[in-house]
Design a protein around this ligand. Structure first.
Ligand code: PLP
Length: 388
Protein backbone atom coordinates (compact mmCIF):
# COMPACT_ATOMS: atom_id res chain seq x y z
CA UNK A 1 0.00 0.00 0.00
CA UNK A 2 1.20 3.55 -0.72
CA UNK A 3 2.56 5.33 2.30
CA UNK A 4 1.18 8.72 1.25
CA UNK A 5 -2.28 9.44 -0.11
CA UNK A 6 -2.13 10.12 -3.84
CA UNK A 7 -3.78 13.54 -3.59
CA UNK A 8 -1.00 14.66 -1.23
CA UNK A 9 1.79 13.09 -3.28
CA UNK A 10 0.74 15.28 -6.19
CA UNK A 11 1.18 18.52 -4.25
CA UNK A 12 4.30 20.38 -5.38
CA UNK A 13 6.60 22.07 -2.84
CA UNK A 14 6.34 25.87 -2.83
CA UNK A 15 9.18 27.29 -4.93
CA UNK A 16 8.75 30.69 -3.31
CA UNK A 17 9.45 29.22 0.11
CA UNK A 18 12.33 27.09 -1.22
CA UNK A 19 14.19 30.07 -2.74
CA UNK A 20 13.57 32.24 0.31
CA UNK A 21 15.05 29.47 2.49
CA UNK A 22 18.13 29.14 0.24
CA UNK A 23 18.71 32.91 0.31
CA UNK A 24 18.38 32.91 4.11
CA UNK A 25 20.91 30.11 4.46
CA UNK A 26 23.41 31.97 2.24
CA UNK A 27 22.92 35.07 4.35
CA UNK A 28 23.59 33.06 7.52
CA UNK A 29 26.82 31.93 5.89
CA UNK A 30 27.83 35.59 5.77
CA UNK A 31 27.14 36.28 2.08
CA UNK A 32 25.78 39.69 1.07
CA UNK A 33 22.45 38.41 -0.25
CA UNK A 34 19.73 40.73 -1.58
CA UNK A 35 16.29 39.21 -1.66
CA UNK A 36 13.59 40.25 -4.09
CA UNK A 37 11.81 36.99 -3.36
CA UNK A 38 9.54 38.17 -0.55
CA UNK A 39 5.80 37.87 -0.81
CA UNK A 40 5.18 40.13 2.15
CA UNK A 41 5.54 43.82 3.00
CA UNK A 42 8.79 44.59 4.84
CA UNK A 43 7.03 47.01 7.23
CA UNK A 44 6.42 46.31 10.89
CA UNK A 45 2.81 45.70 11.93
CA UNK A 46 1.52 49.06 13.27
CA UNK A 47 1.83 49.51 17.04
CA UNK A 48 -1.92 50.07 17.63
CA UNK A 49 -2.58 46.63 16.16
CA UNK A 50 0.07 45.02 18.36
CA UNK A 51 -1.41 46.86 21.35
CA UNK A 52 -4.85 45.36 20.64
CA UNK A 53 -3.25 41.90 20.66
CA UNK A 54 -1.38 42.61 23.90
CA UNK A 55 -4.64 43.79 25.48
CA UNK A 56 -6.46 40.65 24.31
CA UNK A 57 -3.72 38.51 25.79
CA UNK A 58 -3.68 40.44 29.08
CA UNK A 59 -7.46 40.11 29.34
CA UNK A 60 -7.26 36.35 28.83
CA UNK A 61 -8.87 36.31 25.40
CA UNK A 62 -7.08 33.05 24.81
CA UNK A 63 -9.84 30.46 24.44
CA UNK A 64 -11.79 28.99 21.56
CA UNK A 65 -13.94 31.51 19.71
CA UNK A 66 -16.81 30.76 17.32
CA UNK A 67 -15.05 28.82 14.61
CA UNK A 68 -16.09 31.16 11.80
CA UNK A 69 -14.83 34.25 13.67
CA UNK A 70 -15.90 36.54 16.52
CA UNK A 71 -19.09 38.52 15.80
CA UNK A 72 -17.40 41.93 16.22
CA UNK A 73 -14.75 41.05 13.64
CA UNK A 74 -17.41 39.83 11.21
CA UNK A 75 -19.21 43.14 11.75
CA UNK A 76 -16.01 45.06 10.98
CA UNK A 77 -15.55 42.99 7.81
CA UNK A 78 -19.19 43.64 6.87
CA UNK A 79 -18.54 47.37 7.31
CA UNK A 80 -15.31 47.21 5.32
CA UNK A 81 -17.11 45.57 2.39
CA UNK A 82 -19.81 48.24 2.52
CA UNK A 83 -17.44 51.21 2.76
CA UNK A 84 -14.64 50.09 0.46
CA UNK A 85 -16.52 48.01 -2.10
CA UNK A 86 -20.23 48.97 -1.75
CA UNK A 87 -20.94 45.28 -1.14
CA UNK A 88 -23.67 44.14 1.22
CA UNK A 89 -23.17 40.91 3.14
CA UNK A 90 -24.98 39.48 6.15
CA UNK A 91 -22.67 38.14 8.89
CA UNK A 92 -23.78 34.60 7.89
CA UNK A 93 -22.26 35.24 4.46
CA UNK A 94 -18.84 35.97 5.98
CA UNK A 95 -16.26 33.58 7.42
CA UNK A 96 -12.93 34.46 9.01
CA UNK A 97 -10.10 32.00 8.36
CA UNK A 98 -6.38 31.52 9.04
CA UNK A 99 -5.24 33.83 6.23
CA UNK A 100 -6.63 34.47 2.76
CA UNK A 101 -4.84 31.30 1.70
CA UNK A 102 -7.00 29.29 4.08
CA UNK A 103 -10.18 31.02 2.84
CA UNK A 104 -9.21 30.15 -0.75
CA UNK A 105 -8.35 26.58 0.16
CA UNK A 106 -11.63 26.06 2.01
CA UNK A 107 -13.95 27.46 -0.64
CA UNK A 108 -12.18 25.48 -3.38
CA UNK A 109 -12.71 22.28 -1.36
CA UNK A 110 -16.35 23.24 -0.84
CA UNK A 111 -17.14 23.98 -4.50
CA UNK A 112 -14.95 21.68 -6.53
CA UNK A 113 -15.93 18.04 -7.06
CA UNK A 114 -13.69 15.38 -8.56
CA UNK A 115 -12.90 16.29 -12.21
CA UNK A 116 -14.78 19.60 -12.06
CA UNK A 117 -12.92 22.15 -14.16
CA UNK A 118 -11.49 25.28 -12.58
CA UNK A 119 -10.30 28.08 -14.86
CA UNK A 120 -7.06 29.72 -13.78
CA UNK A 121 -5.61 32.58 -15.87
CA UNK A 122 -1.83 32.27 -16.28
CA UNK A 123 0.48 33.52 -14.85
CA UNK A 124 -1.18 32.57 -11.58
CA UNK A 125 -0.40 32.60 -7.89
CA UNK A 126 1.33 29.30 -7.11
CA UNK A 127 -1.16 27.89 -4.59
CA UNK A 128 -4.34 27.96 -6.73
CA UNK A 129 -3.20 25.01 -8.79
CA UNK A 130 -2.28 22.88 -5.78
CA UNK A 131 -5.55 23.69 -4.02
CA UNK A 132 -7.53 22.56 -7.05
CA UNK A 133 -5.41 19.40 -7.30
CA UNK A 134 -6.08 18.64 -3.66
CA UNK A 135 -9.82 18.91 -4.32
CA UNK A 136 -9.25 16.45 -7.20
CA UNK A 137 -10.58 19.02 -9.62
CA UNK A 138 -9.04 19.74 -13.00
CA UNK A 139 -7.15 23.02 -13.25
CA UNK A 140 -7.56 24.50 -16.74
CA UNK A 141 -4.82 27.04 -17.32
CA UNK A 142 -5.87 30.00 -19.45
CA UNK A 143 -3.01 31.42 -21.47
CA UNK A 144 -3.15 35.21 -21.56
CA UNK A 145 -1.23 37.79 -23.55
CA UNK A 146 1.69 39.80 -22.17
CA UNK A 147 0.59 42.70 -24.43
CA UNK A 148 -2.55 42.90 -22.31
CA UNK A 149 -0.57 42.70 -19.03
CA UNK A 150 -1.53 39.02 -18.84
CA UNK A 151 -5.18 39.83 -18.20
CA UNK A 152 -7.95 37.41 -18.98
CA UNK A 153 -10.42 38.54 -21.64
CA UNK A 154 -13.83 37.39 -22.82
CA UNK A 155 -12.49 35.55 -25.85
CA UNK A 156 -10.04 33.38 -23.89
CA UNK A 157 -12.63 32.73 -21.20
CA UNK A 158 -15.43 31.71 -23.60
CA UNK A 159 -13.17 29.34 -25.51
CA UNK A 160 -12.35 27.35 -22.38
CA UNK A 161 -15.79 26.82 -20.89
CA UNK A 162 -17.12 23.25 -21.05
CA UNK A 163 -20.01 21.45 -19.39
CA UNK A 164 -17.65 20.56 -16.55
CA UNK A 165 -16.52 24.13 -15.80
CA UNK A 166 -17.48 25.11 -12.30
CA UNK A 167 -15.30 27.97 -11.18
CA UNK A 168 -13.13 30.85 -12.42
CA UNK A 169 -10.35 32.21 -10.23
CA UNK A 170 -9.66 35.91 -10.67
CA UNK A 171 -6.90 37.83 -8.93
CA UNK A 172 -6.82 41.62 -9.11
CA UNK A 173 -4.42 43.25 -8.33
CA UNK A 174 -2.54 40.18 -9.40
CA UNK A 175 0.45 38.26 -8.21
CA UNK A 176 2.83 37.92 -10.09
CA UNK A 177 1.97 40.31 -12.99
CA UNK A 178 0.65 43.21 -10.89
CA UNK A 179 -2.25 43.82 -13.27
CA UNK A 180 -5.45 45.53 -12.16
CA UNK A 181 -8.67 44.78 -14.05
CA UNK A 182 -10.72 47.73 -15.27
CA UNK A 183 -14.50 47.92 -15.00
CA UNK A 184 -15.11 47.20 -18.70
CA UNK A 185 -12.81 44.17 -18.57
CA UNK A 186 -14.61 42.80 -15.53
CA UNK A 187 -17.97 43.52 -17.15
CA UNK A 188 -17.08 41.33 -20.14
CA UNK A 189 -15.92 38.51 -17.86
CA UNK A 190 -18.96 38.83 -15.59
CA UNK A 191 -21.40 38.59 -18.50
CA UNK A 192 -19.89 35.27 -19.58
CA UNK A 193 -19.84 33.90 -16.04
CA UNK A 194 -23.49 34.82 -15.52
CA UNK A 195 -24.50 33.34 -18.86
CA UNK A 196 -22.73 30.07 -18.05
CA UNK A 197 -23.56 30.09 -14.33
CA UNK A 198 -19.90 29.92 -13.34
CA UNK A 199 -18.81 30.58 -9.80
CA UNK A 200 -16.14 33.25 -9.49
CA UNK A 201 -13.49 33.27 -6.79
CA UNK A 202 -12.16 36.82 -6.60
CA UNK A 203 -8.87 37.03 -4.71
CA UNK A 204 -8.56 40.69 -3.68
CA UNK A 205 -5.76 40.39 -1.13
CA UNK A 206 -3.72 43.20 -2.79
CA UNK A 207 -6.70 45.56 -2.97
CA UNK A 208 -5.00 48.33 -0.99
CA UNK A 209 -1.74 48.33 -2.94
CA UNK A 210 -2.60 50.15 -6.15
CA UNK A 211 -0.51 52.74 -8.00
CA UNK A 212 -1.04 55.89 -10.04
CA UNK A 213 -4.66 56.35 -11.11
CA UNK A 214 -5.62 52.70 -11.05
CA UNK A 215 -8.64 51.73 -9.01
CA UNK A 216 -9.62 48.45 -7.42
CA UNK A 217 -13.00 47.15 -8.52
CA UNK A 218 -14.46 43.95 -7.19
CA UNK A 219 -16.26 41.95 -9.88
CA UNK A 220 -18.98 41.23 -7.29
CA UNK A 221 -20.06 44.89 -7.43
CA UNK A 222 -21.00 44.93 -11.11
CA UNK A 223 -24.56 43.62 -10.86
CA UNK A 224 -26.73 41.42 -8.70
CA UNK A 225 -26.29 38.31 -10.88
CA UNK A 226 -22.51 38.33 -10.62
CA UNK A 227 -22.72 39.29 -6.94
CA UNK A 228 -24.59 36.05 -6.28
CA UNK A 229 -21.99 33.98 -8.12
CA UNK A 230 -18.90 35.60 -6.60
CA UNK A 231 -16.88 34.73 -3.52
CA UNK A 232 -14.65 37.59 -2.46
CA UNK A 233 -11.49 36.73 -0.55
CA UNK A 234 -9.49 39.35 1.28
CA UNK A 235 -7.51 39.69 4.52
CA UNK A 236 -5.24 41.82 6.66
CA UNK A 237 -1.90 40.24 5.64
CA UNK A 238 -0.80 42.61 2.91
CA UNK A 239 -2.81 45.73 3.76
CA UNK A 240 -1.62 45.98 7.38
CA UNK A 241 1.65 44.06 7.08
CA UNK A 242 0.21 41.25 9.19
CA UNK A 243 1.31 38.19 7.24
CA UNK A 244 2.27 36.21 10.34
CA UNK A 245 -1.00 36.81 12.18
CA UNK A 246 -2.94 34.62 9.74
CA UNK A 247 -6.28 36.35 9.34
CA UNK A 248 -8.18 36.29 6.06
CA UNK A 249 -11.84 36.21 5.17
CA UNK A 250 -14.35 35.11 2.59
CA UNK A 251 -17.81 36.42 1.69
CA UNK A 252 -20.45 35.15 -0.69
CA UNK A 253 -23.30 32.69 -1.11
CA UNK A 254 -24.72 31.80 2.31
CA UNK A 255 -25.05 28.06 1.75
CA UNK A 256 -21.49 27.72 0.50
CA UNK A 257 -20.13 29.89 3.31
CA UNK A 258 -21.98 27.72 5.83
CA UNK A 259 -20.43 24.64 4.24
CA UNK A 260 -17.03 26.32 4.55
CA UNK A 261 -17.77 26.87 8.23
CA UNK A 262 -18.48 23.13 8.65
CA UNK A 263 -15.18 22.31 6.99
CA UNK A 264 -13.44 24.77 9.27
CA UNK A 265 -15.25 23.35 12.35
CA UNK A 266 -13.65 19.99 11.70
CA UNK A 267 -10.22 21.14 10.62
CA UNK A 268 -8.69 24.29 12.13
CA UNK A 269 -11.62 25.56 14.25
CA UNK A 270 -11.31 29.27 14.88
CA UNK A 271 -8.42 31.40 13.65
CA UNK A 272 -6.17 32.53 16.55
CA UNK A 273 -8.28 34.48 19.07
CA UNK A 274 -5.58 37.12 19.65
CA UNK A 275 -5.05 37.65 15.93
CA UNK A 276 -8.78 38.18 15.50
CA UNK A 277 -8.66 41.03 18.04
CA UNK A 278 -5.64 42.47 16.23
CA UNK A 279 -7.46 42.24 12.88
CA UNK A 280 -10.45 43.98 14.45
CA UNK A 281 -8.18 46.87 15.48
CA UNK A 282 -6.71 46.98 11.97
CA UNK A 283 -10.07 47.09 10.22
CA UNK A 284 -11.45 49.64 12.69
CA UNK A 285 -8.61 52.10 12.05
CA UNK A 286 -8.24 54.84 9.46
CA UNK A 287 -6.12 54.30 6.35
CA UNK A 288 -3.07 56.20 7.67
CA UNK A 289 -0.72 53.23 7.76
CA UNK A 290 -1.92 51.84 4.43
CA UNK A 291 -1.52 55.19 2.67
CA UNK A 292 2.04 55.56 3.94
CA UNK A 293 3.00 52.04 2.93
CA UNK A 294 1.35 52.38 -0.47
CA UNK A 295 3.24 55.60 -1.22
CA UNK A 296 6.53 54.01 -0.20
CA UNK A 297 5.82 51.01 -2.43
CA UNK A 298 5.00 53.33 -5.32
CA UNK A 299 8.39 55.05 -4.94
CA UNK A 300 10.18 51.71 -4.81
CA UNK A 301 8.26 50.51 -7.84
CA UNK A 302 9.24 53.64 -9.76
CA UNK A 303 12.89 53.18 -8.80
CA UNK A 304 12.88 49.53 -9.86
CA UNK A 305 11.22 50.37 -13.18
CA UNK A 306 13.59 53.22 -13.95
CA UNK A 307 16.61 50.97 -13.21
CA UNK A 308 15.16 48.25 -15.46
CA UNK A 309 14.58 50.84 -18.19
CA UNK A 310 18.25 51.85 -17.94
CA UNK A 311 19.27 48.20 -18.41
CA UNK A 312 16.81 47.94 -21.29
CA UNK A 313 14.74 45.00 -20.09
CA UNK A 314 11.04 44.45 -20.77
CA UNK A 315 8.55 43.92 -17.99
CA UNK A 316 4.87 44.08 -17.16
CA UNK A 317 4.33 47.48 -15.56
CA UNK A 318 2.74 46.75 -12.19
CA UNK A 319 -0.46 48.68 -11.51
CA UNK A 320 -0.85 47.02 -8.12
CA UNK A 321 0.66 44.52 -5.62
CA UNK A 322 4.47 44.71 -5.13
CA UNK A 323 6.01 42.65 -7.90
CA UNK A 324 7.63 43.31 -11.26
CA UNK A 325 7.27 40.45 -13.74
CA UNK A 326 10.42 40.69 -15.80
CA UNK A 327 10.76 39.29 -19.32
CA UNK A 328 13.96 37.22 -19.50
CA UNK A 329 13.35 35.65 -22.91
CA UNK A 330 16.39 37.53 -24.33
CA UNK A 331 18.65 35.75 -21.81
CA UNK A 332 17.92 32.49 -23.66
CA UNK A 333 17.79 30.43 -20.48
CA UNK A 334 14.81 29.10 -18.53
CA UNK A 335 13.56 30.94 -15.46
CA UNK A 336 14.80 28.32 -12.96
CA UNK A 337 18.30 28.42 -14.42
CA UNK A 338 18.18 32.21 -14.44
CA UNK A 339 17.22 32.32 -10.76
CA UNK A 340 19.73 29.64 -9.74
CA UNK A 341 22.60 31.41 -11.47
CA UNK A 342 21.56 34.91 -10.38
CA UNK A 343 21.53 33.74 -6.76
CA UNK A 344 24.73 31.68 -7.01
CA UNK A 345 26.75 34.29 -8.96
CA UNK A 346 25.33 37.62 -7.80
CA UNK A 347 23.65 36.70 -4.51
CA UNK A 348 20.26 38.04 -5.58
CA UNK A 349 17.12 36.00 -4.90
CA UNK A 350 14.16 36.25 -7.30
CA UNK A 351 11.36 33.79 -8.14
CA UNK A 352 11.23 31.88 -11.44
CA UNK A 353 8.22 32.61 -13.62
CA UNK A 354 7.86 28.85 -14.22
CA UNK A 355 6.43 28.60 -10.70
CA UNK A 356 3.61 30.90 -11.88
CA UNK A 357 3.18 29.14 -15.22
CA UNK A 358 5.49 31.25 -17.43
CA UNK A 359 9.11 30.24 -17.97
CA UNK A 360 10.01 33.41 -19.91
CA UNK A 361 9.67 35.61 -16.85
CA UNK A 362 11.03 36.03 -13.33
CA UNK A 363 9.33 37.83 -10.45
CA UNK A 364 11.07 40.65 -8.61
CA UNK A 365 9.41 41.82 -5.40
CA UNK A 366 9.89 45.48 -4.51
CA UNK A 367 9.18 44.79 -0.85
CA UNK A 368 12.83 45.73 -0.29
CA UNK A 369 14.55 49.00 0.68
CA UNK A 370 15.52 51.62 -1.92
CA UNK A 371 19.31 51.02 -1.41
CA UNK A 372 18.73 47.26 -1.83
CA UNK A 373 16.76 47.88 -5.02
CA UNK A 374 19.58 50.07 -6.38
CA UNK A 375 22.26 47.53 -5.47
CA UNK A 376 20.27 44.49 -6.63
CA UNK A 377 19.50 46.05 -10.01
CA UNK A 378 23.15 46.99 -10.47
CA UNK A 379 23.92 43.29 -9.93
CA UNK A 380 21.23 42.42 -12.47
CA UNK A 381 22.90 44.70 -15.02
CA UNK A 382 26.24 42.94 -14.45
CA UNK A 383 24.56 39.51 -14.58
CA UNK A 384 22.74 40.25 -17.83
CA UNK A 385 25.84 41.65 -19.53
CA UNK A 386 28.20 38.82 -18.52
CA UNK A 387 28.54 36.17 -21.27
CA UNK A 388 26.91 32.80 -20.53
C1 PLP B 1 -2.49 36.29 -4.72
C2 PLP B 1 -2.40 35.88 -3.29
N1 PLP B 1 -3.50 35.42 -2.68
C3 PLP B 1 -3.47 35.05 -1.39
C4 PLP B 1 -2.31 35.12 -0.65
C5 PLP B 1 -2.33 34.63 0.78
O1 PLP B 1 -2.51 35.62 1.71
P1 PLP B 1 -2.52 35.29 3.27
O2 PLP B 1 -1.16 35.57 3.80
O3 PLP B 1 -3.56 36.18 3.86
O4 PLP B 1 -2.87 33.85 3.44
C6 PLP B 1 -1.14 35.59 -1.24
C7 PLP B 1 0.12 35.64 -0.47
O5 PLP B 1 1.20 35.70 -0.97
C8 PLP B 1 -1.19 35.99 -2.59
O6 PLP B 1 -0.10 36.46 -3.21
Amino acid sequence: MNKLAQRVKDIEPSSTLAITARAKKMRQEGLDVISFAAGEPDFDTPQYIKDAAIKALAEGFTKYTPSSGIPELKKAIQKKFKLDNSLDYEPEQIIVSCGAKHSLFNIIQVLVDKNAEVLIPSPYWVSYLEMVKFAQGKAVILKTDSRNSFKLNAEILSKNITKKTKLLILNSPSNPAGCVYKREELDDIAQICVKNKLWVLSDEIYEKLIYENNKHISIATLNNDIYKLTFVVNGVSKAYSMTGWRIGYLAGDKEAVEATARLQDHSTSNPCSISQKAALAALSSDNGFIDKMRLEFEERRNLMLSELDKIGLDYIKPEGAFYVFLDISKAKIGSWEFCDKFLAEKYVAVIPGAAFGNDNYVRFSFAASMPEIKKGLERLREFISSPR
